[in-house]
Design a protein. Structure first.
Length: 254
């Protein structure tokens, strides 16, 4: 029922995307976002479910006449990914620019910025800070903290429990955090339990983070239910965390 991970933070009409999972541009269009504003993306890590829409984000807004290069921020390896995508589509690029379409020669380009923890982006609307998160055997995975004049939004990316998340999210207006249902986890094979325990965040672990950080709203995303209901997931979290919670759905606006 959900397209791949992709979250849009909109400030004064400017769009700041976090991740670009499958379906990103069509979901953005359905949300009423302008294609020419699809020009900034902050990638948490290079897993395919978070980046399978990267080529779509590079090319579709360009075909719809975005002229600005895509500014992409993310972990080491992002430049390599960008260069290989552009190489794979070299014939398409040449045909669109030199053929009857006469597309602009800039909107398909990618300025890839490989980041380290700290402030990685700043403009008149927002300051973006990257912080490391533990995501299994990935050497580089990040969460992001967006600070505007009147809001603070923290997005976890994929991570297991980390106390640093408490500090990053303390007092935030919005904490958007991944989660898995522990009742569903119990039904998984031992192989998958080992994997998910090292790569993702259990419901009650997230509840402890939220109970201490006290965000104004906790939004659950990248939700792993494994056949359980959202009500079961919420029950597990509410055993510990009593604050406001929403289970994220595509096209929701907070």
């Amino acid at each position: 029922e959900r397209s791949g991970p992709a979250t849009a933070i909109v400030v004064n009409g400017s769009v700041y995307l976090v991740d670009c999972g499958p379906g990103v541009t069509r979901r953005a269009a359905a949300a009423g976002l302008k294609m020419e504003e699809m020009k900034r993306v902050f990638i948490t890590h290079l897993h395919s479910d978070h980046t399978a829409g990267f080529s779509d984000l590079i090319f579709t807004p360009w075909v719809l006449e975005r002229t600005a290069p895509l500014e992409a921020y993310g972990p080491p390896g992002l430049k390599n990914m960008s260069e290989h995508i552009l190489a794979a589509y070299a014939e398409d690029i040449e045909m669109r620019i030199k053929g009857l379409e006469s597309a602009n020669p800039t909107g398909y380009q990618v300025d890839a910025h490989e980041v380290q923890p700290g402030v990685i982006y700043k403009d008149a609307n927002v300051t973006v800070k990257a912080f490391r998160v533990p995501h299994g055997s990935w050497n580089h995975a990040f969460g992001y903290r967006f600070e505007t004049r009147d809001r603070t939004i923290v997005i976890s990316g994929d991570t297991t429990f980390t106390r640093d998340m408490v500090e990053q999210a303390r007092g935030a207006d919005l904490l958007i955090h991944e989660v898995y249902c522990e009742a569903g986890f119990a039904t998984r094979s031992e192989k998958w339990k080992k994997y998910h325990a090292r790569f993702h965040t259990a419901s009650r672990d997230l509840a402890h983070i939220a109970a201490e950080a006290k965000p104004k709203l906790l939004v659950l995303y990248h939700v792993l239910l494994w056949g359980q209901s959202e009500q079961q997931l919420l029950k597990e979290i509410r055993e510990i965390y009593k604050g406001p919670i929403a289970v994220g759905k595509d096209l929701q606006v907070f």
